[in-house]
Unconditional design. Structure first.
Length: 192
């Protein structure tokens, strides 16, 4: 049975050399990226014809461009990843982060909401959504997003720090103080 399965798999690979080659190129690009060889990874991904690039290929191109400080080009690549796979939450998340960094909080909020429809438990999307709301001065929405983030990952100090800040802005000093204590405790534990 194993031999039959092995021959079947080999047959697929041998009859589809383009697919096998594309996977090899994609894997090579990922390895180069992991080794912090940004140029090598970027050039490797560019060798894949556009129509054959996967959503993950487009995402990695966006990450590489963002690493180079080319946010506008990264936004283009993340958008291409989303066009390839609308449900690829990582592309929506990275696109939202670009928008947040470019001081476009409304656009970031729309993308974070898409992430949360796909992955409601993704704590960092809740957190960054809260940060976008802070930029807009929407403190109640920010507070709720930070509470959600802390619910899904209760060990991240920044969630509590920003939660304390949101409560302070909402003129609730006791709540702000309580969350600031949690932040300080988590920070103390991370130093030990």
């Amino acid at each position: 049975m194993r031999k039959i399965l092995l021959f079947f798999i080999l047959g697929i690979i041998l009859t589809s050399p383009v697919l096998a080659e594309e996977n090899t190129i994609s894997e090579q690009a990922k390895l180069l990226y992991a080794d912090n060889n940004i140029e090598g990874s970027f050039n490797t991904l560019l060798s894949i014809p556009e129509e054959e690039r996967t959503a993950e290929n487009w995402l990695l191109l966006g990450n590489l461009l963002q690493d180079k400080g080319k946010n506008d080009e990264a936004v283009f690549m993340y958008t291409r990843a989303i066009l390839k796979d609308e449900k690829f939450y990582k592309a929506h998340y990275n696109l939202a982060n670009c928008y947040l960094n470019d001081d476009k909080p409304n656009m970031a909020i729309e993308e974070y909401k898409k992430v949360l429809k796909l992955r409601p438990e993704y704590a960092y999307a809740h957190y960054n959504l809260g940060c976008a709301y802070l930029k807009l001065g929407q403190y109640r929405k920010a507070k709720n997003a930070f509470l959600d983030a802390a619910y899904f990952k209760n060990t991240e100090p920044d969630f509590y720090y920003n939660l304390a800040y949101a409560y302070k802005k909402l003129n609730k000093p006791k709540d702000a103080e309580a969350y600031l204590k949690i932040y300080n405790k988590l920070m103390e534990n991370s130093i030990e």
